[in-house]
Design a protein around this ligand. Structure first.
Ligand code: XMP
Length: 509
């Protein structure tokens, strides 16, 4: 494995992606990681990431400097390189010439990191500080016009520094450089595959769970479905999945989950019809946060109730993914953790005194999809768009009523059917319909109508933190709009949402 020390760069997850693409496992850890833990992880190599701080700032992040004496190869990037140079006795200064954007890298050698790379190659720079004096044992291996010490190396100790970012697409030879580090310098093997992950994780789950029982909230989305199937392989009937029909689901959703998990995978599935528990207290409620709280509370009550029925239950399983884990603990994670806090269906584990089991916590979304396919899940589940926990309640602006739900369900079903038919589904991050409580005037036949508005929303995104509205073909939008207005009673107008995130959000509430 490769250990990545997180100095707060916005590109950290990208470094991890690049390493895993090479079938090498890697883990991102904060700088305050103990040396003993690094030893026990026994990485083949360490990457010190970039970061927004300047090495001379008072509270700039630092890792235990004894890391340089472990005899493990280290690749340090941008701030990481400044940290290495400063710690080992060199000098870093605020540069007179800052360098942002593309620069041409002139190589002084073609070995080590630069094996097989052209002597002139573009690289992506983003720094104010620069190294001005090297520590003993180091030499310069490449320069740019503005930055003489662009890359450094102590080949004896296998320590390397890159001022630029090899992980971004703007550094076209960056992948090759990382490959050289992984395979030529660290001697990694390409053994990280989903097959190996499944085998290892199943053993870990068995060891951790023992004879105890596990409960899992199954939503039918990618993450909880993959978690369910993986746990089912590991512990079979010790797992109970709880699917809650809260009355806020899309068309056919409950039936689909039942038939897949109960009939096909033959899992222990508790299918709870709790529509009343959600819809009654939602009566008359229009405030989005109150809706969320009511729904969150009802989920907790149902879970507590279900857990108390299972004798010997000791664990609550969740489909938490790696980006959530990194963002929620990173001291430099910015506002991401806060933005996402409302997405968890509030406080389940604490109240229930169950231990958490999160087998996907080191995976990225696209890896979870590969894993799902490896475990035999269909494309329909594996490529499913995210759906919020509070369901259609946050897609009906204003009061959630049976009639509003019925209208939205029909409109959403038409939209998704057409998006799938035109082969756009897998290319989009999310697509769905929203119902506005407003009414507008229309004309149908010879009669004036006064009916609801449906919003069509389709966005592209990598991680839901930012999103851009999708430029869907007009012909497709026309078909969706025609069908919704003609087929759904109570709707006489459809509009397309052309807002991006930020400043808008993906959902409307
Ligand atoms: P926003 O609307 O904040 O959404 O741009 C970002 C992503 O999160 C999903 N989302 C939620 N998921 N509970 C959830 O489980 C929620 O309350 C919730 N609100 C938004 C949204 O669908 C998008 O993928």
């Amino acid at each position: 494995m490769i250990l990545i020390i997180d100095f707060g760069s916005q590109y950290n997850q990208l470094i991890a992606r690049r390493v895993r693409e090479q079938h090498v496992y890697c883990q991102i850890e904060p700088p305050d990681i103990e040396l003993s833990r690094i030893r026990s992880l026994a990485p083949k190599g360490i990457i010190l990431s970039g970061g927004p701080a300047s090495i001379y700032e008072k509270n700039s992040p630092k890792v235990d400097p004894r890391i340089f004496n472990l005899n493990i190869p280290i690749l340090s990037i941008c701030y990481g390189m400044h940290y290495m140079i400063d710690t080992l006795g060199g000098k870093v200064e605020g540069a007179s010439k800052r360098e942002y954007g593309l620069a041409e890298l002139k190589m002084l050698r073609s070995t080590g990191i630069f094996y097989g790379i052209n002597t002139l190659t573009p690289c992506w720079m983003s720094h104010g500080d620069s190294a001005s004096r090297l520590p003993g044992g180091f030499e310069i291996t490449a320069s740019t016009e503005n930055t003489k010490i662009a890359t450094v190396e102590n080949s004896k100790k296998r320590l390397y520094g890159l001022q630029f970012h090899p992980e971004v697409a703007h550094t076209p030879e960056g992948k090759k450089m990382l490959r050289n580090f992984l395979f030529r310098i660290c001697g990694c093997k390409r053994t990280w595959t989903m097959k190996s992950f499944i085998g290892k994780t199943i053993e870990e789950i068995k060891g951790e769970v023992g004879e105890k029982k596990v409960i899992l909230g199954l939503s039918g989305g990618v993450d909880s479905s993959v978690t369910a199937v993986l746990l089912n392989r590991a512990i079979g009937k010790q797992l109970t999945c709880v699917f809650v029909d809260n009355g806020l689901l899309r068309k056919g959703e409950g039936e689909r989950v039942k038939s897949l998990f109960k009939r096909h995978f033959r899992m222990n599935l508790r299918f709870i019809n709790a529509r009343k528990m959600f819809l009654e207290p939602l009566k008359g409620v229009v405030d989005p946060e109150r809706k969320r709280k009511i729904i969150g509370r009802a989920f907790i009550r149902i879970f507590e109730d279900e857990a108390s029925r299972i004798k010997g239950v000791g664990f609550l399983a969740q489909g938490t993914l790696y980006p959530d884990l990194i963002e929620s603990r990173s001291p430099f994670g910015g506002p991401s953790a806060v933005i996402k806090s409302h997405h968890n269906v509030g406080g389940l584990p604490k109240k229930m005194r169950l231990r958490l089991i999160e087998p996907l916590r080191h995976l990225f979304k696209d890896e979870v999809r590969v894993l799902g396919k490896e475990l035999g899940l269909s494309d329909d589940i594996v490529y499913r768009h995210p759906f919020p926990g509070p369901g259609l309640a946050v897609r009906i602006i204003g009061e959630v009523t049976a009639r509003h739900l019925s209208i939205l369900r029909q409109a959403d079903d038409i939209l998704i059917t057409e998006i799938k038919k035109s082969n756009h589904y897998q290319r989009l991050w999310q697509s769905f319909a929203i119902l506005l409580p407003l009414k507008s005037v229309g004309i149908m036949g010879d009669r004036r109508t006064y009916e609801h508005i449906v919003v069509i929303r389709a966005v592209n995104s990598r991680d839901a933190m930012t999103a851009d509205w999708a430029r869907l073909p007009h012909s497709l939008l026309a078909r969706i709009s025609n069908r919704i207005i003609n087929e759904v009673r109570g709707v006489n107008r459809a509009v397309y949402d052309i807002s991006s995130k930020p400043p808008s959000t993906i959902e409307w509430e």
